[in-house]
Design a protein around this ligand. Structure first.
Ligand code: S3P
Length: 442
């Protein structure tokens, strides 16, 4: 259950020091539960993110007939029902705050001859689902009661799913994944042609579970993904690496808090997720990759981060898919840099857990940082400092909440957020972990 709203204030205290491992990757955690539920037999997952978003996906696959058991901290076991094997759920599937859980599960249910009702919290009810429902309708699954393409809605899965060739109109791993998961149940080849490559965790995990997935380059930035349908997915253990999107918060906190020296253990460095690291390196950040290794099919490294001067840079639109969740925290780094940082091509931020373009600009503005929105671009005029002293309205958005708290660790006056409760969707131990590094949150 989601907790009551709770204000929280971050204030300057001193340098951040220590070594921590942030929780498991959210994207991989959702997919491990879903593919585990679609495999025949028992999948073991270690390092699962036990945040509200992922737990809701676990409850959804359980309601659809998979057996999901928690064995201990981050250790989970899923007994799957096989491709197209979901049974009609006896209750509404509630995805809480999670667009990923909801959209991926729309795809997974679309290939099953059942009807299920999908719902979520006020934030998720505002987010667009039509982008997913359109390709799923071509596959043969139809939504009922979705007059405006929003939740709540019921999806009637396909009796005889049709394999399609789909070119997503926006770069979206959620959309791609929904189509691939529905395509699992279709005979023949389902093809997704991406103009710009997005995170490839679904493709990699499908291959890990034995599906025939072929990936070819498409144009200069894109990929063509072909999935051969109706595989028998075989369970394989999944090790979930540390989430780079969660690591981004202590990482930027260490960069902007004078005297800090922090090591973040085992952070996943999938190249479709490392846009923030590329950008921070261009800004002059001191981030060392120690002990680069492979964990569960992904490159990971321990990142040593030391505070230092940053300079403003231009972030090209082509980098957005590799750092789509990192703009609020990059905007904080940009505030403490010298000079302007122009972040291009941020249209998709308008349909995240909040309108993140507006919410990010308001967060900075309320704390004395000069910022402009120019079309789809965000421009932050960094002065090497932020006044702070503002109240940040988080709009049910965990990443706005964490970014604002990070700002308060280095701003002249404290930064207060209206509601820290949504941090539990992706990073449940954020406040104690930051406290262990020396952060003052109260
Ligand atoms: C995700 C894809 C991204 C990202 C989200 C997780 C995923 O969303 O913002 O946090 O796991 O596939 P879009 O695919 O809508 O860009």
């Amino acid at each position: 259950m989601h907790a009551e709203p709770a204000e929280l204030t971050a204030r300057r205290h001193g340098p951040l020091r220590g070594r921590v491992r942030v929780p498991g990757d959210k994207s991989i955690s959702h997919r491990a539960l879903i593919l585990g539920a679609l495999a025949v037999g028992e999948t073991r997952i270690s390092g699962l993110l036990e945040g509200e978003d992922v737990l809701n996906t676990g409850k959804a696959v359980a309601a659809l007939g998979a057996q999901v058991d928690r064995l201990g901290g981050g250790e989970w076991r899923v007994h799957g029902v096989g491709v197209a094997g979901f049974a009609a759920p006896g209750r509404v599937l509630d995805f809480g705050n999670s667009g990923t859980g909801c959209r991926l599960m729309l795809g997974a249910v679309a290939g099953c001859p059942i009807t299920a009702t999908f719902d979520g919290d006020a934030s998720l009810r505002r987010r667009p689902m039509r982008r997913v429902l359109e390709p799923l309708a071509r596959i043969g699954a139809h939504a009922v009661g979705d007059a405006d393409g929003r939740l709540p809605l019921s999806l009637k899965g396909a009796r005889e799913p049709i394999p399609i060739v789909f070119a997503p109109p926006v770069p979206s791993a959620q959309l791609k994944s929904a189509v691939l998961l529905a395509g699992l149940a279709a005979p023949g080849e389902t093809v997704v042609v991406e103009a710009e490559a997005t995170r490839d965790h679904t493709e990699k995990m499908l291959a890990h579970f034995g599906a025939d997935v072929r990936i070819k380059p498409h144009g200069s930035l894109g990929r063509r993904i072909t999935l051969v349908g109706q595989p028998e997915l075989e369970p394989h253990p999944v090790m979930v690496p540390a989430d780079p999107s969660s690591a981004a918060f202590p990482l930027v906190a260490a960069l902007i808090t004078p005297g800090s020296d922090v090591i973040l253990d085992g952070v996943m460095l999938n190249p479709l997720r490392t846009g923030l690291l590329t950008t921070l390196a261009e800004m002059g950040a001191a981030i060392e990759r120690l002990e680069t290794r492979n964990e569960g099919g992904e490159e990971v490294a321990d990142l040593r981060v030391r505070a230092g001067a940053l300079r403003g840079v231009e972030v090209p639109a082509s980098r957005a898919p590799a750092m789509i969740d990192e703009y609020p925290i990059l905007a904080i780094a940009a505030s403490f840099a010298e000079g302007a940082t122009q972040m291009r091509g941020l249209k998709e931020l308008r349909v995240k857990e909040s309108d993140r373009l507006d919410a990010t600009a308001a967060m900075l503005r309320n704390n004395g940082v000069e910022v402009e929105i120019d079309g789809d671009d965000l421009i932050v005029h960094g002065r090497g400092r932020a006044a702070g002293g503002g109240l940040v309205v988080t709009h049910m958005d965990h990443r706005i909440a964490m970014a604002a708290l990070v700002m308060g660790l280095a701003s002249e006056r404290p930064v207060k957020i209206d509601d820290a409760s949504f941090i539990a969707t992706s990073f449940p131990n954020f406040a104690p972990m930051m406290g262990g590094l020396g952060a003052d949150f109260a």
